[in-house]
Design a protein around this ligand. Sequence first.
Ligand code: SF4
Ligand code: SF4
Length: 77
Amino acid sequence: MAQVVIDRDRCKGCGLCVQACPQNVLAMARELNAKANVFARVGEPRHCIGCRLCCIACPDVAIAMRVTGTLYHYFAY
Ligand code: SF4
Ligand code: SF4
C-alpha cells in the first residue's frame, strides 16, 4: 500500500501538491514549520490512490512515497 510522506521542514507552502491531488488527500496545515512557512500535510491518507502526482508537482522534493516499506524520492538528484 502506498503512503505519502511529506518533509514538513522542506516545504515552502506553495500549495501545488494540494492542487495536484485528484483525491483531496492533502491540505495545508495551520501551523508553521522550522522555516516559518505553512506546510502541506496528509489529511485523508485512506483516500490516496498512489498516483504520485503530488511527488511530481512539488518543486522542493518535499514529498516521498513509501511503498511496501521502501521510501521513494522523486527528482532528488
Ligand atoms: S499520490 Fe496521488 S492520491 Fe496520493 S496524495 Fe499524492 S496526488 Fe494525492
Ligand atoms: S508542493 Fe512541495 S513545497 Fe509546495 S506545498 Fe506541497 S510539499 Fe510544500
